[in-house]
Design a protein around this ligand. Structure first.
Ligand SMILES: [Zn+2]
Length: 133
């Protein structure tokens, strides 16, 4: 592993902590909305299907948020142990441009594309894919 300059580690840490905060807040806001909508007991079949559709969106979104939170936690951990900004696949440094766009990135662009290709091909499970946004 390279041990070159560590650009703006502290500022990435701040960005990641802020993002984690936002995600957590949005998750609890959604949870509260969900509880309120549960009090609205559907009166007929139409409402019921609408309800389950909303539930699906909620669950789906929450899964993405939970995954993102985990990735942010991982990135913060990598800052602590000194491997942040290094590709976990090829151990090359991840470009600063990429880290600015995706501060929790754990792979360089080339490896990320390769992994995405393998997921598409069914060779990898989706867990390797990093959360979007
Ligand atoms: Zn790589």
């Amino acid at each position: 592993m390279k041990n070159g300059s560590k650009p703006k580690l502290a500022s990435y840490k701040k960005i990641l902590e802020k993002k984690a905060d936002e995600v957590r807040r949005s998750m609890s806001a959604q949870k509260a909305a969900q509880v309120v909508s549960r009090l609205d007991i559907p009166s007929d079949e139409g409402d019921l299907s609408q309800q389950s559709h909303e539930e699906w969106i909620f669950l789906n979104r929450n899964t993405i948020d939970a995954k993102l939170l985990r990735e942010i936690a991982d990135a913060l951990h990598r800052i602590d142990i000194g491997t942040y900004g290094v590709c976990m696949e090829c151990e090359e440094e991840i470009s600063q441009k990429r880290l600015d766009a995706v501060p929790w990135a754990k792979y360089c662009v080339a490896c990320q594309e390769e992994i995405a290709r393998r997921i598409d091909a069914g060779e990898y499970v989706d867990d390797y894919q990093e959360a979007g946004r």
